[in-house]
Design a protein. Structure first.
Length: 133
């Protein structure tokens, strides 16, 4: 049933950060860009990703933290910080809802841990890779 619902809804549009417009607000998008910065916030983080000079904040809302299936992702976001220290332009790929925040800038809301990758790698695998550093 769930697969049928996804097929009926249609394909998710893939966009680079610089291609987002106000028409994307409220829509689910596959967003691509480079990680510019990270701010650790409790058990998750806020990322700023960019492409061709445009920026979008990536947010992991309270629903992400409360979702039972995301427990294995909590408290592992410092691995992204370690990637940023060792690489100049790590890539970000994520599926989520585009919204405009109170500062009138666009954000990508990620609700599931499996919905984003850093350098095409799941956060859990990244955390294992950087655990000994």
């Amino acid at each position: 049933l769930e697969d049928d619902a996804l097929v009926k809804r249609g394909a998710i549009r893939k966009k680079f950060v610089d291609e987002l417009t106000m028409k994307d607000v409220g829509q689910i998008r596959l967003l691509l860009g480079y990680i510019e910065s990270i701010k650790l916030v409790n058990s998750v983080a806020e990322l700023v990703i960019q492409y061709n000079g445009r920026q979008v904040k990536v947010v992991y809302p309270e629903a992400f933290i409360k979702e039972r299936l995301n427990r294995s992702y909590l408290n592992k976001f410092d691995a992204i910080d370690k990637v940023l220290e060792s690489e100049q332009r790590p890539t970000f790929t994520g599926i989520g809802e585009i919204r405009v925040n109170d500062e009138q800038t666009m954000e990508l809301l990620i609700h599931n841990g499996t919905d984003f990758k850093i350098n095409n790698t799941d956060l859990s695998l990244l955390a294992k890779r950087y655990a000994n550093e």
